[in-house]
Design a binder for this molecule. Structure first.
Ligand SMILES: NC(=O)c1ccc[n+]([C@@H]2O[C@H](COP(=O)([O-])OP(=O)(O)OC[C@H]3O[C@@H](n4cnc5c(N)ncnc54)[C@H](OP(=O)(O)O)[C@@H]3O)[C@@H](O)[C@H]2O)c1
Length: 385
């Protein structure tokens, strides 16, 4: 068994650059290639991927996604040495990882990475490595200069574990978004809020990403982009065939796909316009005045649910007729709150909880933006027993 001497790094984006730099700093002979031709600074580069891999006994892929991996492997097909090992650190779907493992056979190591650019720079990554034992033994000394190797049974499992790990990161970013929105709504100073959040469960994320979270324009370059994390969540939701809210919530982030993931936590709360019909709806219940419901709903709206065991679908007029124009006698102890609002361009969904005496309702709304204003297109409700 010989340890690889010459390493070709294909893809010199954020991670590829950091990996190539680290390997070169550990006295490996590194040559880099990237599609855009961008120079990497610390390592020798070539504009021809075939030339990059021609002498390499280890080819390390750090590419955006599965299609990029397929494309680059097609491009180097004739140039790859017969004894070269391909180590793929890109985050791809389980099915894509399996297909790549089948395509390259015993010379393939699927090695998705836990950790970002700073961990790559200091050799502190966690590497989920799936390969045949002999291939893994050959590349292990190289991988150990990048971090800790955690063997996994097969490429598909390694890819799936990586996506699940990133779903917790996406969840943390979106949870931080919720906290910052609530703090903003309360008028709390951002610096003080970040100080306190640093003490809690999201402390590591807040401490590491603090420069992105101040609310002021950011000069720092992204370490891990919203686009890459949104890609991962879309891959996870598709692979599991199980709904995953973070996929759409990240994809819709106004900061844009090239921004650092931390900026997804700084997106302001939804615009007031989309809340207006929901607030009119709340006023309708609070006052008993059906005029507020007419402001809230489109005239074509229906209110639907199960009432006394039977499905009801009331047109708006019929729904309005249920209200007397006066508040309910127990109005002082009733409460209502808006739980979620998700805007997707000209449509939105929302949920609300209503505590009306002994009755608790979950209302779900479909909203549409018509011109400059939003209206409720339909409501469905559940009465909790
Ligand atoms: N950044 C992180 O913290 C991090 C951590 C763990 C895992 N990852 C994963 O590691 C991979 C690389 O991430 P990154 O942050 O380095 O992404 P990145 O900065 O966007 O770089 C992506 C790389 O892929 C190349 N590429 C994209 N599409 C291509 C195509 N069709 N053909 C050939 N090359 C293509 C780009 O080439 P050009 O730019 O030269 O065109 C660039 O070199 C991704 O799978 C990501 O999910 C990232």
């Amino acid at each position: 068994m010989t340890t690889p001497h010459t390493i070709a790094v294909l893809g010199l984006g954020r991670m590829g650059r950091a990996l190539a730099t680290r390997l070169a700093a550990q006295n490996r002979d590194v040559v880099g290639w990237t599609r855009s031709g961008r120079a990497s600074g610390a390592v020798r580069t070539t504009s021809d991927p075939g030339e990059a891999v021609a002498k390499a006994d280890l080819v390390l892929l750090a590419l955006f996604d599965g299609p990029a991996c397929r494309q680059v492997l097609d491009d180097i097909r004739g140039a790859l040495r017969a004894d070269a090992i391909v180590v793929n650190t890109s985050t791809v779907s389980p099915a894509e990882a399996s297909a790549l493992a089948r395509r390259l056979g015993p010379s393939y190591v699927h090695a998705p990475l836990l950790g970002s650019v700073p961990a790559a720079a200091t050799g502190a990554l966690q590497i989920l490595a799936a390969a045949r034992q002999d291939a893994l033994d050959r590349v292990r000394p190289v991988l150990e200069t990048l971090g800790t190797v955690r063997p996994v049974d097969d490429a598909s499992t390694a890819a799936a574990l990586k996506l699940v790990a990133n779903s917790s990161l996406a969840g943390a970013v979106l949870s931080l978004r919720d906290s910052l929105r609530q703090a903003d709504a309360l008028g709390l100073p951002r610096a003080q809020v970040l100080d306190v959040l640093e003490l809690g469960r999201l402390g590591g994320l807040v401490a590491h990403k603090r420069t992105f979270l101040t609310g002021r324009p950011v000069a720092a370059t992204a370490e891990f982009t919203i686009g890459a994390l949104a890609k991962d969540m879309a891959l996870l939701a598709a692979a599991s065939d199980t709904p995953l809210g973070s996929a759409a919530r990240l994809a819709d982030t106004p900061a844009g796909p090239e921004a650092d993931i931390a900026l997804a936590a700084t997106v302001p709360a939804v615009e007031d316009a989309v809340l207006e019909p929901l607030r009119a709806y709340i006023r309708g219940h609070a006052t008993g005045d059906p005029g507020h419901f007419r402001d809230a709903f489109l005239p074509t709206a229906h209110v639907e649910g199960i009432r006394d065991g039977a499905f009801v679908s009331w047109p708006l007029d019929e729904y309005c007729a249920l209200f007397s124009g006066r508040p309910a006698p127990d109005e002082p102890i009733r409460s209502r709150r808006i739980d979620t609002v998700d805007v997707h361009g000209t449509v939105a969904t929302a949920t609300m909880t209503l505590a009306h005496g002994a009755d608790h309702f979950t209302d779900t709304f479909l909203l549409v933006r018509v011109g400059d204003s939003w209206r409720i297109a339909n409501k469905a409700y559940h009465r909790h027993s």
